[in-house]
Write a protein that binds this ligand. Structure first.
Ligand SMILES: Nc1ncnc2c1ncn2[C@@H]1O[C@H](COP(=O)(O)OP(=O)(O)OP(=O)(O)O)[C@@H](O)[C@H]1O
Length: 549
């Protein structure tokens, strides 16, 4: 399965705006009531906006022309009341949609993060952390902006436009049809340029992700950069990423700003048509001045929201481009499914490889038809040259990947039949570069170990003593409470490896894999580790990975 999100977006057939919107709406189905209430508010607001010009026209023709000021006062009061109601509905609608947007942001970020937790190692090999962070932070925020600020304006503008269009046609069908022609042309133009606008925005979001990945990489490797005095190299790379982002942002800005002037031009045409044709009709005695005033207000009511729609449509295209990038992650499925047990594969060995072939996603085969058997309680060494495939073999025992063909058996059963918790319990893997979390030594050695989670320091020290790990703990200045930062920069690499060692041994796994795990440890401590390994349960199989001497 291809997990490279950027390649995936190139291969994927372009989703239509409608299909993208449908899949997004499914995600916010539980907000249906709030959306409906907000929509009622916005429609009330639109109705008020539409009735305003009609009442003004009526007041001019019925009262102002005949100097009946009482009627003028009454209708002024009605208008004032209507506008106050409009103010309230607008306020509540904005408040409601603001919270819908925040909840959507919350739901989306949780959904993406949960999905990231389910995806296999191959996914993280194929994608840069910076780009993923940008998708979780930046792209979700584009959707929030659209939902909290633009969606209801969007619906409101459409409602006013449609209403104004109907009024224009009802009052005078010929004048209405003439006034609406530029509007129809604008809609055709929008339909034509929308895919291009969305593409420009998608390219921009991609380059924001690329820049974020660049920053992340240089921050992670700052020591190497400084030691090799290669700040200029990363400066150049960052400058290129920044330049790319600048170019794509200009491109997106150009696309996003194209609609507004075109809309303005066409709406001016609409007004001009009505003025010219309307004056002609008045002179021919077929229209009144009051009606023309109303009419011009409806033309404005038709074209102003249309102009607003230009920028809202852009915000919509940006949100949809962001949603595509989010949906790409959400649609991925882990390709390490749990399968039903097949008794035919039964084996008495603790670990067995049967004709295993494996290659990473670039297609090169790394393991060529490997068959091996590892017995319970024995110690094995995987020795070989750099890049020979030792870590890869161990990764298959921990099921970080599945073989391309052949089968891996763990404790007599196909490894694919195990639930992740059970498999992780059976296999302890100390990686070449152990990862530590910010917290204490205690937090780190209890990571992934529910058994001792609620133990006090004293209780845990007893367990550590029983596991013969006591001598390792004394290496840390404040014992279990020694502070460790993420990435473990506050302690040495050897100390990191010791924490990873204690973490793995305390889980009492049936297979313990040490991937060059003592490379940074002095010979005295290495001897200690050897003793600890010898005292492990008689059933534990040890795999020690080391390079060819
Ligand atoms: N994530 C990956 N994606 C693609 N190729 C990989 C990946 N990890 C390892 N390889 C390739 O697989 C081959 C075997 O690598 P592996 O890490 O298993 O070797 P190793 O014997 O453990 O080496 P070392 O002693 O350096 O740790 C190498 O050619 C390496 O380039």
């Amino acid at each position: 399965m291809n997990y490279d999100l950027n390649k995936l977006s190139e291969q994927q057939k372009k989703t239509s705006t409608y299909a993208a919107l449908q899949s997004l709406l499914k995600l916010i189905a539980h907000e249906r009531n709030n959306l409906l209430i907000a929509m009622v508010f916005i429609l009330m607001n639109s109705t008020i906006n539409l009735l305003g010009p009609f009442l003004i026209g009526h007041t001019i023709d019925t009262y102002i022309q005949y100097k009946q000021y009482h009627g003028v006062l009454v209708f002024s009061g009605i208008l004032l009341g209507m506008y106050l109601i409009g103010l309230c509905t607008s306020y509540f609608q904005t408040k409601l949609m603001g919270s819908v947007g925040q909840r959507l942001l919350f739901t989306l970020r949780n959904a993406i993060f949960n999905k990231l937790q389910q995806l296999p190692v191959a996914f993280f090999n194929a994608n840069k952390a910076g780009d993923l962070i940008s998708r979780v932070n930046n792209d979700t925020d584009k959707l929030n902006t659209f939902f909290s600020q633009s969606l209801m304006q969007f619906i409101g503008s459409i409602a006013i436009m449609v209403g104004a269009g109907i009024f224009l046609l009802l009052i005078n069908i010929k004048l209405g049809a003439a006034a609406l022609i530029p509007g129809v042309l604008i809609l055709l133009f929008t339909q034509l340029v929308s895919p291009w606008v969305k593409r420009r925005n998608a390219t921009n979001l991609k380059s924001v992700g690329g820049m974020s990945a660049e920053i992340q990489e240089s921050l992670n490797n700052f020591r190497v950069i400084i030691a090799f005095n290669r700040r200029d190299y990363f400066r150049k790379r960052f400058s290129e990423a920044n330049q790319d982002n600048y170019n794509t942002a200009i491109g997106a800005g150009l696309a996003n700003n194209l609609l507004l002037p075109v809309y303005s031009l066409f709406s001016s045409f609409g007004t001009l048509i009505v003025l010219a044709y309307g004056i002609y009709l008045i002179s021919a005695g077929q229209f009144t001045i009051g009606l023309l005033v109303s009419y011009l207000a409806y033309v404005t009511n038709f074209y102003n929201p249309l102009r607003q729609l230009a920028s809202l449509w852009t915000s919509f295209q940006v949100a949809m481009a962001g949603w595509d990038r989010i949906a790409q992650i959400l649609s991925l499925e882990a390709d390490l499914p749990i399968i039903a047990n097949s008794p035919a594969e039964a084996s008495t060995a603790l670990v067995e490889f049967k004709n295993v072939k494996f290659g990473y996603h670039d297609g090169t085969e790394i393991l060529h038809n490997v068959s091996l058997t590892l017995e319970r309680g024995k110690t094995y060494a995987f020795v070989g040259p750099t890049g020979g495939g030792k870590t890869t073999t161990a990764s298959l025992i921990a099921r970080l990947y599945d073989p391309t063909s052949g089968v891996v058996l763990l404790d007599g059963k196909d490894i694919r039949t195990y639930q992740p918790e059970e498999r992780a319990q059976k296999v302890g893997f100390i990686l070449q570069e152990p990862f530590l979390f910010t917290g204490t030594v205690k937090d780190n050695i209890l990571y992934g170990n529910p058994q001792y989670q609620n133990y006090s320091n004293q209780q845990l020290e007893v367990v550590i003593k029983e596991a013969n790990l006591e001598s390792l703990l004394t290496i840390f200045e404040s014992g279990l409470e020694t502070r460790v930062t993420s990435g473990g920069d506050s302690i040495s690499l050897g100390q990191k490896q010791l924490i990873a060692f204690m973490r793995a041994v305390l889980r009492n796994p049936e297979v313990l894999i040490l991937d060059e795990a003592t490379a940074n440890i002095d010979t005295v401590t290495e001897q200690l580790l050897g003793d600890i390994l010898n005292k492990l349960s008689a059933n534990t199989t040890r795999i020690i990975i080391m390079p060819t001497a």
